[in-house]
Design a protein around this ligand. Structure first.
Ligand SMILES: Nc1nc2c(ncn2[C@@H]2O[C@H](COP(=O)(O)OP(=O)(O)O)[C@@H](O)[C@H]2O)c(=O)[nH]1
Ligand SMILES: [Mg+2]
Length: 178
């Protein structure tokens, strides 16, 4: 049924400063091989990813200098889930808090905003923060990740799946429909 199909179409927006790992996360979701070459995203990338019966339209919103302006209303509006990606350094986490405030303006309280404390593999070498600490600062649900590790693909999928279930419930879907 068409309405069921539409119910399963979900817009997910990745936001975060340059080089925190947004594109790597998108690749982690879509395949198993991770390309370590850094290609700054210009504008945005749009990828379609299937998680169970859901079709996710994932917007990887970029921006090098004026990143705040790049997260324009048009990009964020209509998001069902916003995922803020940080590299877990204190400085980046603090400025990600601003990004969350900015995003909240456009999407209101209905759209869940969660955070990924990425680059956890570097935590022991350079003082990055663990996900608990990052979550305290950002005041949103926060999960740790090492996006360059293909073995962490299921971790990321499970994080998103939890949020998808909430979206489905909000849309009035029954559990046997998702
Ligand atoms: N050590 C480490 N490097 C990462 C991780 N995730 C991404 N990177 C690297 O960080 C750089 C920027 O990643 P990218 O996904 O392009 O960042 P974006 O600008 O947010 O899209 C690349 O060189 C990635 O390989 C991670 O979990 N650990
Ligand atoms: Mg990118």
């Amino acid at each position: 049924m068409l309405s069921t199909e539409l119910n399963k179409l979900v817009k997910v927006s990745f936001i975060g400063h340059p080089a925190v790992g947004k594109t790597t996360m998108l690749k982690l979701l879509s395949k198993n091989t991770i390309d370590r070459i850094y290609m700054p995203t210009h504008g945005f990338d749009l990828k379609t990813v299937q998680i169970e019966s859901f079709t996710l339209k994932i917007w990887d919103l970029a921006g090098q200098k004026n990143y705040l302006k790049a997260y324009s209303k048009d990009h964020l509006l209509g998001s069902d889930i916003i995922i803020v990606v940080t590299d877990s350094t204190p400085r980046n986490v603090l400025s990600s808090r601003e990004l969350i405030n900015y995003a909240t303006h456009f999407v209101g309280r209905d759209c869940p905003i969660i955070a990924i404390a990425n680059k956890q593999d570097l935590k022991s070498v350079d003082g990055r923060m663990d996900p608990e600490r990052v979550g305290e600062i950002l005041k949103v649900k926060t999960f740790g990740l090492t996006a360059i590790n293909p073995e962490q693909r299921m971790i990321l999928i499970n994080i998103i799946r939890k949020e998808l279930e909430r979206v489905a419930v909000k849309r009035g879907m029954r559990e046997d429909e998702f």
